[in-house]
Design a protein around this ligand. Structure first.
Ligand SMILES: Cc1cc2nc3c(=O)[nH]c(=O)nc-3n(C[C@H](O)[C@H](O)[C@H](O)COP(=O)(O)OP(=O)(O)OC[C@H]3O[C@@H](n4cnc5c(N)ncnc54)[C@H](O)[C@@H]3O)c2cc1C
Length: 434
């Protein structure tokens, strides 16, 4: 278990239990807590550990052992694999996630399977190629919804392993990470990047995710279409950190939302399934997902044509602090620093401003990926790369030509005022400053 960090609606876990039952074998769930995980820091580890505590508690209730060790996931799996008949893992979409899985697959003797559980429609079933935009993937996804929107129930594991066997395995893997300790004590002993503080705005874990979702269904979903851009209304779900860590199943969210709305085209499902799975399609089929080379030709050409345009430039530290003349941008950056996320509507503005105030599109891209991956709890994700590249024209169309952006869509303060409540947003940011 690396990406789908949950026990509820986890296809990999259920598949493993079913295979074990059929073969009169048992299951061990393993998680490699890796200090040097790419771009992960204290903020991410704190949130993730809160989630892993839920995993342990919920697996224990089902009599399924959960082993977690402080090492590279591939190494941990390889030492466990000596005793295994079959390895089942969740699917990773980003480059480093694929490398981890390949390292195991290349070295194990038993069969290894990947089971996809963090999208509603498996990526290659939704489409067999990189899609151009939401309008080209939407119909393909909708055509498959009735096939994939299925509920499932937890299977009971029939055969359990002895305590002695499990203790021996744990010994081979090194000291056990005791998830019953306070999270801060576990974090203290990890050799991780501690430069970014954890946030109190989000508590990690499947239990918290379900509570947030229930509240969203009951109190916010009705307002989602009209008010999701308005920060004052707080009509968004705030589920992206949980989806990023696999602490909640998108299938479960989709099923429950459909039960409520009876509308496959509901705007929340458009974001959760069509837009999100367009991002998975992008990173799966385009290995340049973190580079401007992934842009359509029109976007690259227009950005190149405007390279020499005069512009105001801020240094990376001025942006990071933040210390710009633009109070809306400062508010976005402050929200990111202090809460670990930016409201979706303002996040587009934030991305566009970084393009406007950088020396080149390449510099802007590096800055955006750096900030998003460092501070956002939902960063380091297919959605992060797809949406950052969207700021440069990916999955979008040409607009009226202007300075720096060329034909790439621009976002003005006027748009913020028209569609949201920027004054309210700034006031909220002031409270973060204190
Ligand atoms: C520059 C930039 C960077 C971004 N980086 C990330 C990121 O690192 N991780 C991330 O999950 N999202 C990212 N987004 C997309 C979007 O801003 C967030 O998904 C959304 O704001 C999350 O808040 P929510 O859970 O309340 O969303 P809701 O509005 O409640 O939507 C529900 C879910 O739908 C999905 N979703 C919503 N908007 C989008 C979108 N535009 N594209 C794809 N899926 C979407 C998300 O999984 C979200 O959790 C980024 C957007 C921009 C412009």
């Amino acid at each position: 278990m690396q990406r789908s960090q949950r026990t509820h609606y986890n296809h990999s876990l259920e598949y493993a239990i079913n295979c074990a039952n059929e073969n009169n074998l048992s299951v061990i769930v393993y998680f490699g807590l890796y200090d040097q995980y790419p771009s992960a820091n204290l903020r991410h580890f704190a949130f993730m550990l809160q989630g892993l505590k839920d995993v342990k508690e919920n697996l224990t209730k089902r009599n399924i052992p959960f082993i977690i060790s402080n090492e590279h996931p591939a190494n941990g799996v390889l030492s466990l694999a000596k005793n295994a008949a079959l390895i089942i893992t969740d699917k990773g979409y980003l480059k480093h996630e694929k490398v981890f899985r390949k390292q195991v697959a290349d070295q194990v003797e038993c069969p290894m399977l990947q089971v996809e559980s963090d999208v509603v429609i498996p990526v290659t079933s939704a489409s067999n190629k990189e899609e151009y935009a939401a309008h080209t993937i939407r119909k393909k996804i909708h055509n498959k919804l009735s096939e994939y929107l299925n509920t499932f129930t937890n299977t009971k594991l029939n055969k359990t392993l002895s305590k002695e066997f499990l203790d021996n395995i744990q010994k081979e893997l090194g000291p056990e990470i005791d998830l019953n300790q306070p999270t801060n004590d576990i974090l203290k002993n990890l050799n991780i990047d501690k430069s970014v503080n954890p946030v109190s705005s989000f508590v990690g874990g499947e239990n918290a995710a379900h509570e947030i979702f229930e509240n969203f269904l009951e109190n916010k979903l009705k307002e989602y279409l009209d008010k999701r851009n308005d920060t004052k209304e707080e009509a968004c779900s705030n589920l992206s950190p949980y989806l990023h860590f696999g602490q909640v199943s998108p299938l479960y969210l989709a099923l429950k939302t459909y039960e409520f709305t009876k509308d496959y085209y509901h705007d929340f499902l458009e974001q959760l399934i069509v837009r999100r799975e367009l991002s998975f399609n992008f990173v799966y089929y385009n290995q340049d997902y973190d580079s401007l080379d992934s842009l359509p030709t029109w976007a690259l050409e227009t950005l190149n044509a405007h390279r020499e345009d005069k512009r105001q430039v801020y240094s990376i530290s001025e942006l990071e602090l933040p210390n710009t003349h633009d109070e809306y941008f400062n508010a976005c950056q402050m929200e990111l620093l202090k809460s670990g996320k930016i409201h979706g509507y303002f996040r587009m503005y934030w991305g566009k401003k970084i393009i406007q105030w950088s020396n080149s599109p390449e510099e802007a891209l590096n800055r955006l990926i750096y900030f998003n991956d460092k501070y956002a709890l939902d960063g380091r994700d297919p959605n992060g790369y797809a949406n950052i590249l969207w700021c440069f024209g990916k999955h979008d169309r040409p607009f009226k030509e202007r300075r720096v952006f060329g034909k790439v869509r621009y976002m003005s303060e006027k748009a913020l005022k028209r569609n949201s409540s920027p004054k309210h947003y700034i006031a909220k940011f002031k409270t973060y400053e204190q």
